[in-house]
Design a protein around this ligand. Structure first.
Ligand code: 5GP
Ligand code: ZN
Length: 115
């Protein structure tokens, strides 16, 4: 846990969020500023600043982020209609919160092509 990290505080329950899933490895909650009808952030409970800080020991939890995304897509009813999974790393990608998170976006046709 990083004491200055917003998402660590959400994971610890020190800041409110609309949690949609939680287990011992990951937490998923609704984005405060959704850009699609479904916009969920899936984060490791361990503080990892970005993909630049990943190490081999994180491979299991990173895999778990993706299987959790699959479950949430089903739960949210977007598994068949489709969804986009996004991870922003660093300035050019517009990363704002430096605690690794997977955006799950769905519920409408994506307006923007990638890049
Ligand atoms: P990034 O650009 O770092 O990939 O995305 C950070 C995301 O976190 C943004 O989509 C933003 O709306 C979301 N966010 C920022 N602060 C909060 C917060 O306090 N609560 C929740 N639920 N989402 C937040
Ligand atoms: Zn953190």
């Amino acid at each position: 846990m990083s004491s200055e990290c917003l998402f660590c505080k959400i994971i610890a329950g020190e800041l409110p969020s609309e949690t949609v899933y939680k287990d011992e490895q990951v937490t998923a909650f609704r984005d405060i500023n959704p850009v699609a009808p479904t916009h969920v952030l899936i984060v490791p409970n361990k503080h990892i600043a970005s993909t630049n800080e990943l190490s081999e020991e994180d491979e299991q939890v990173v895999g778990h982020l993706f299987t959790t995304a699959r479950k949430i897509a089903e739960q949210e009813g977007v598994a068949e209609s489709g969804y986009r999974l996004i991870i922003n790393t660093g300035p050019d990608a517009g990363q704002v919160i430096f605690h690794l998170h997977l955006h799950l976006l769905g519920g409408h046709r994506m307006r923007h092509p990638m890049g």
